[in-house]
Write a protein that binds this ligand. Sequence first.
Ligand code: NAP
Length: 307
Amino acid sequence: MIKNNKIYDMIIVGGGPGGYTAALYAARAGLSTLVVEKLSAGGQMALTHQIDNYPGFPGGVDGFTLGQDMKAGAERFGAETVSAQVTALQLDTPIKEVTTQTQTLLARTVVIATGANPRPLGIPQEAQLVGKGVSYCGHCDGMFFRGRTVAVVGGGNSAVAEVLFLSRIAKKVYLIHRRDTLRATQVYRRQLERLENVEILWERAVTRLHSNERLTGVTLKYLPTGQEEELSLDGLFVSIGRDPANALVQGALTLDNAGYILADETTKTNLPGVYAVGDIRSKELRQIVTAVADGAVAAYQAEHYLP
Ligand code: NAP
């Protein structure tokens, strides 16, 4: 394992909007800054075809382009990027260690920007059909299903929000839920009741996906009896929660009950010089705008923490 002797002022783990905004602000403040990112810049955002709720883009912007541009903006001020998977972190020492498969990198501050991933159903063909009828984001992909028949799986606020959004685009929206009551709040449930093109399929689980290149339908199991039925669909939106990408910090940082890093608006974690930004931080609203705000705040905090 190579031990790189350079000590960065800040290493950012994760190259999403929160991570690259921290890099931009840190680099502009004159801190030596390195982003370690796994795939392409932008994180989850890079998978979004059309982003209409990030201000400054009247015609919207695609997430991949926005990610590349955020990266270029940080690099313009000297931030460096390395493409690597982080395998371990040592965070409770003044000089912190970020270990990848090939080297150990050193820094005085570390920003955790690893994000959260949509929880999959875990059934056969699901991964292969992503982008071919299966989606984890109605707000991102809903426009491709104008006038079509779609279903949302889940019973929480996110699932109902997806249904409300999709009901304005699709011809028919089914909500498939495994229990006979929704977890979503009453405000959401009332809005749902008013929609004529929405039908709730209670106590059902999706057991199989049918496809012919693209998704054509699903098999549902009616859980009280075990009886199976088929449903023709153009799109299936899975909205059964998200899993925070916290594997690297378990045991080191304090997490909330759902597994997100406990940090308030200052982005400070329980360890000095360690900050949590974007979707991995405990917060109410996980959006690009809130992630970039976190990134700016983390860099500001680090600047004041550093000697
Ligand atoms: P959530 O509240 O945890 O709901 C997840 C839903 O998916 C539950 O109904 C759950 O069923 C179901 N589910 C979980 N695993 C499943 C599986 N393997 N198969 C089928 N169904 C499964 O998650 P969320 O809706 O993503 O919301 C996350 C947080 O963000 C919540 O705190 C939520 O209130 C908040 N949020 C708030 C708003 C808002 O207020 N505007 C909007 C969106 C999200 P059970 O009900 O049976 O457990």
